[in-house]
Design a protein around this ligand. Structure first.
Ligand code: GDP
Ligand code: MG
Length: 441
């Protein structure tokens, strides 16, 4: 495919703006790539249409070819569809004991993912987790969870023969409260196909447990069928997030795009193997590259991105000096920092910013903090990003909740934004032209 695409892109003529013909030619190949990656037909069609509208007539950035530009647009649009609101790794597990319900078809990886997630919550977030298997269909399945629990050092609910899933869920809830657990995870039974029985059982468990999170576990290799599974589970049970397993295999992950597009549910985690550590937070750009299925094209995108980013940075610098520094600019800064592995590199290149870089370093600016701040900005509407001054209490509440954070976190971000803006204005007054030139070197 990448050959076919680069062929197409070579033929795209270099003009001031992308012509409809250029875009159409390139997108025909993109559509094939999506279908080859098992993206469902209607989703692929919609996506291509959306990109077509977006791309046609767009100015071709200096120093990138039209082909690179189209790739960048496609890639970004894909990331855009794949990305959910807020931080995918942040589960709603306050108010202990918080129940997490795991649902999905048989063999999708529910039991494995339950244990992986329990390990993650224990190790990374210091949570006390209790796992319970509700899989009464297969006695071995309950054993399987107990064995995994021993292996990772997480407690499992003792097995009582003859109990039904609802009774087990109730016992798990009681045990979690009495035992002072932060989280209890309910690993349900699956079937090979969705049937009324399976859904009824999961619904009964849901009604007893009132889960804070209901995670649908889907085999990333299933492709087309994943959409039906996701729609069905979401309609009948109510899903809060998706975990895509077996993404260590050859699957291209098209299911991710289809599920996102059709159900709108966020993809939270990705399973990358059978080992207990093989679970990662979902990263949309990784999957986007994979769905497009081309290493060299992704490299191309990155190169194009660098160029475009340099131009964006220049524009941003100008806006900052003029005192027009908004949340989009701040987000770009934060993302840049994340990429450059910290504040120092970024700020040390800007005159007058050394002192502030140090302050920020002292405030403990690691990747996690940066990601949380970006999540807050993502949770804002377009209008709010452009005019952060309109943020009053109710908007702040909504934004913080959307990113799974507190209003105080948002206030900190807003304060930093103001400080940076003020700083930039000062720099601007010190000598506009000269400073700007120096900064851009
Ligand atoms: P369940 O029926 O939904 O509970 O599925 P299981 O958790 O028992 O998993 C079924 C099989 O898939 C097991 O052999 C797991 O080791 C394997 N598995 C689960 N997740 C992954 C994954 O992310 N990658 C790979 N390669 N195998 C996985
Ligand atoms: Mg199982």
């Amino acid at each position: 495919l990448s050959e076919r695409l680069s062929g197409v892109f070579d033929r795209l003529t270099k003009q001031g703006a992308l012509s409809e013909e250029d875009v159409k030619t390139a997108l025909r190949e993109v559509r094939v790539a999506l279908l080859e990656a098992d993206v469902s037909l209607p989703v692929a069609r919609d996506f291509v249409k959306k990109v077509q509208d977006q791309a046609t007539g767009q100015a071709v950035t200096k120093s990138v070819t039209p082909g690179q530009q189209v790739v960048k647009i496609v890639h970004d649009a894909l990331v855009d569809v794949l990305r959910g609101e807020g931080d995918p790794g942040a589960l709603k597990i306050d108010s202990p004991p918080a129940p997490i319900l795991m649902v999905g078809l048989q063999g999708s990886g529910k039991t494995t993912t339950t244990a992986k997630l329990a390990k993650r919550l224990t190790e990374r977030e210091g949570k006390r987790v209790l796992m319970a298997s509700l899989d009464t269909n297969r006695p071995a399945a309950m054993e399987q969870l107990a064995i995994l629990g021993k292996q990772i050092g997480v407690d499992t609910l003792p097995i009582v023969k003859g109990e039904d899933p609802v009774a087990i869920a109730k016992r798990a809830k009681t045990q979690a409260s009495l035992g002072g657990y932060d989280v209890y995870m309910l690993d349900t039974a699956g079937r090979l196909h969705i049937d009324a029985d399976l859904i009824a059982q999961a619904a009964a468990v849901r009604d007893v447990a009132n889960p804070r999170e209901t995670l649908l576990v889907v085999d990333g290799l299933t492709g087309q069928d994943a959409v039906n599974v996701a729609t069905e589970f979401d309609d009948k049970i109510g899903v809060t997030g998706v975990v895509l397993t077996r993404m260590d295999g050859d699957g291209r992950g098209g299911a991710a795009l289809s599920m996102r597009a059709v159900t709108g549910k966020p993809i939270r985690f990705v399973g990358l193997g059978e080992k207990m550590d093989a679970l990662e937070t979902f990263e949309p750009d990784r999957i986007a590259g994979r769905i497009l299925g081309m290493g060299d094209i992704v490299a191309l995108v990155e190169k194009a991105q660098e160029t475009i980013e340099a131009e964006q940075a220049e524009r941003m610098m100008r806006r900052m000096v003029k005192g027009q520094f908004n949340m989009n600019d701040l987000r770009m800064q934060l993302e840049q920092m994340l990429k450059m592995g910290g504040m120092e590199g970024m700020m040390s290149m800007m005159p007058g910013m050394g002192k502030m870089a140090k302050q920020v370093e002292e405030a403990g600016f690691d990747d996690k903090v940066l990601k949380r701040q970006i999540a807050l900005i993502q949770s804002m509407t377009k209008k709010e990003r452009a005019n952060p001054q309109i943020l009053q209490a109710s908007r702040k509440k909504r934004i913080a909740a959307g990113a799974g954070m507190e209003v105080s976190d948002l206030n900190k971000l807003l304060k930093m934004h103001r400080q940076m803006g003020d700083m930039m204005k000062k720099i601007g007054k010190m000598g506009k032209g000269k400073m700007l030139k120096q900064a851009m070197k």
